[in-house]
Design a binder for this molecule. Sequence first.
Ligand SMILES: Cc1cc2nc3c(=O)[nH]c(=O)nc-3n(C[C@H](O)[C@H](O)[C@H](O)COP(=O)(O)OP(=O)(O)OC[C@H]3O[C@@H](n4cnc5c(N)ncnc54)[C@H](O)[C@@H]3O)c2cc1C
Length: 411
Amino acid sequence: MAQRIDKQQVLIVGGGYAGALAAVRLAGKAKDRAAVTLLEPRTELVQRLRLHQLATGQKVRAYDIAALTGKRVTNVRGTAVAIDPGRGRAAVAQDGRLTEIPFDQVLLAAGSGDDLDSVPGLRENTHTLGDPPAAERLWGALRELTEGSRVVVCGGGFTGIEAASEIACRRPELRVSLLTAGRLGAPFSERGREQLEKRLAKRGIEPIEGERVGAVEPGRVTLVGGTDLEADLVVWCGGFAAPPLIRDSGLPVDSRGLLAVDGSLRSVGHANVIGAGDVAAIPDFPGGARYRMTCQAGMPSGAHAADTVLAAIKGEDPKPFDFGYIHIPLSLGRGDGLIQFVDRADRPKDKVLVGRRAAVYKEIVTRSPAPSIAWERRLPGMLRWPSGGKASAAQAETATGPAWADGADRD
Ligand SMILES: Cc1cc2nc3c(=O)[nH]c(=O)nc-3n(C[C@H](O)[C@H](O)[C@H](O)COP(=O)(O)OP(=O)(O)OC[C@H]3O[C@@H](n4cnc5c(N)ncnc54)[C@H](O)[C@@H]3O)c2cc1C
């Protein structure tokens, strides 16, 4: 059993869905046993769930992080540039100068960013939905396009589908193509795929399946086979990567550069480093599901990470993080959506919700994170989530998740 330590300095890096939730839960549950500092460069909660709306010129409600997290959490504006677990120090860039913040434990929840190094030309010639400034730049570019211009959305994961649908909905006079290496809606049931195909066609979106992007140059996308697609604007939704902070700090990472953590979300190399949300390479759940970069799993991971930090403060052994999925909720432009219900292990059920009712369902899901953080602040420990269930004999034997989940995050 670990040794009990009195009042600890806990630094949480990243005030997104996972980090803000972790901050209020820990501050509320630990009371006088922890001083919780939340380090975040922005004052407003980044609502990534709405970035495709921001990218099409829609107004998005803002939430002030300090107001959401309350007085028990010390909010500091700044960006962590390196973490030194041995010295218990984070190097932080603040207003053009470098300072240090000491910690006993650090909880990393710095999210993920666009993966722009996997294909030549992405950085120079594409737009993305990686963060609010990128989404706003995309809207600036979309607004300039004239009737009949072609937008090629690369990446047919959930972000690509939502982005293409939103663009086609907002600017129906443009030609929108959605290009994917695999099959659109691959994680869905047969019915889910049929519905997706039908609804994308209704929006006038041209699907291009089974093709990989080899390079992007001004005015064109070159496929791996050598074919050129003309494009007036290219949107890259081809996946997300770990922020440089993790690798720059020399912390143990997985093959994708994500923070390698154990089942209780502690870094495999440093017991005083904990990870949550997109930044962490969270091991598969006992019920067979794999962690996907989602808010659905990210907020529970933030809550669990807070509990792991608290366990160390109390001198207790941390519990393993267990999580089960419910759904894959997609918006398909305004007024349409597709909710693919899944079992706890993330395998699609036959049940699918579409149309206006799905759009309302998705809107409720999208609205929920900020109020959930506020509720957790008022009633620390209230956030609960479904368990992934026990591993079946077959799963335990093969230790694999659902077939489609190989290498797949949200995209
Ligand atoms: C367009 C789009 C739609 C999506 N829709 C859904 C959906 O419908 N359902 C779903 O479940 N998931 C969805 N996702 C995925 C979901 O948004 C992410 O999985 C989720 O945001 C991860 O939460 P997080 O807290 O780990 O990271 P983020 O929400 O990315 O927060 C990370 C925070 O860390 C801060 N930060 C970064 N680096 C540093 C640093 N060095 N120092 C200090 N702070 C730092 C950032 O400013 C940010 O505030 C969507 C994603 C996108 C892009």
